[in-house]
Design a protein around this ligand. Structure first.
Ligand SMILES: NC(=O)c1ccc[n+]([C@@H]2O[C@H](COP(=O)([O-])OP(=O)(O)OC[C@H]3O[C@@H](n4cnc5c(N)ncnc54)[C@H](O)[C@@H]3O)[C@@H](O)[C@H]2O)c1
Length: 277
């Protein structure tokens, strides 16, 4: 059900690769809620995925941009301004770790890859906001959202250098949230989402077991990509005008839990097996 929450609002959505992508769902819902926006991804991802299909569905276009390259971002933001005038929302839904891809553990990281992880997954957020601000691209009370994960605060087996990238991403939201809020009344937040089965998600070591664990631990269960998109829409809307510099957990309650009955019951089963041996 649509509420017209984004009627007349314009934006840019980074990171829709395929139907599983969280950004894909955000784009679909933004369209349903009346927004107009540009989609963007890297040239390689545009070839590998099917973002063109999404663009057709949302009556828009895809602009190729590598979010680590300031020159690409300048062109992208200028195109958005030329098309729409000032913008109301931007979604940063970008993450990638070459160390995770190559299965290098945290105590044997390749430092060139580590730089790439931080550049792609965190510094790109700083670059996007810097260019939006330099070009005075955002309307007052505009909203910039990036997607994060609880590994920024807590150590989760296998999340590797992405945990460091997410900590940095959340810090950038706070630091820029202050400056952009003070000077232009623009909001900057991160949404910390449950583990979700997407292309990036499936790269996380042990994702199936992790999702089962977080499902059992969370009183409301894991949040889906669709539900994450709903939350993003409220953050883009005028209903959340005074929310800024926050890391907003969207995880069914997982981040406040220590142990649940459902998780304990499952854990005890494995203890029984151990003692039976
Ligand atoms: N899936 C999960 O479990 C989960 C949980 C919490 C947070 N997140 C975060 O959500 C965001 C979206 O991930 P997703 O799960 O939808 O997976 P996804 O693989 O669909 O999206 C990741 C996107 O990042 C893009 N990307 C990679 N390098 C880029 C670059 N240099 N420039 C521009 N774009 C680039 C990819 O092309 C892809 O579209 C990421 O920040 C991810 O860390 C995911």
């Amino acid at each position: 059900m649509a509420y017209n929450l984004l009627k007349g609002k314009k934006g840019i959505i980074f990171g829709a690769l395929n139907e599983m992508s969280i950004a894909w769902k955000v784009a679909e819902k933004s369209y349903e809620e009346g927004a107009e926006f540009l989609l963007t991804n890297t040239p390689v991802s545009m070839r590998l995925g099917n973002v063109d299909e999404l663009a057709k569905k949302c009556h828009t276009e895809v602009i190729a941009a590598d979010a680590t390259k300031e020159s690409d971002l300048e062109v992208l933001v200028q195109k958005a301004i030329d098309k729409y005038g000032k913008l109301d929302f931007v979604l940063h839904s970008i993450g990638m770790s070459p160390n995770v891809r190559k299965k290098l553990p945290y105590d044997k990281l390749n430092y060139d890859y580590y730089h790439k992880t931080l550049d792609i997954s965190a510094l790109s957020f700083h670059k996007v906001i810097t260019i939006l601000k330099k070009k005075n691209a955002m309307n007052d009370w505009g909203s910039i959202v990036a997607l994060s994960y609880v590994a920024a605060q807590r150590t989760l087996y296998g999340y590797n250098d992405m945990a460091d990238a997410k900590s940095l991403l959340e810090s950038i939201a706070r630091s820029f949230g202050y400056i952009y809020g003070r000077e232009n009344k623009v909001r900057v937040n991160t949404i910390s989402q449950s583990p979700t089965m997407t292309t990036a998600g499936s790269g996380v070591k042990g994702i199936d077991g992790l999702m089962d664990f977080t499902e059992r631990m969370s009183p409301l269960g894991n949040a889906t990509a669709d539900e994450c998109a709903d939350y993003c829409i409220t953050m883009f809307s005028d209903l959340t005008k005074k929310v800024t510099m926050q890391n907003l957990f969207h995880d069914g309650g997982f981040s406040s839990m220590g142990m649940s009955l459902r998780a304990m019951t499952q854990y005890n089963k494995s203890l029984d097996i151990e003692t039976e041996r």
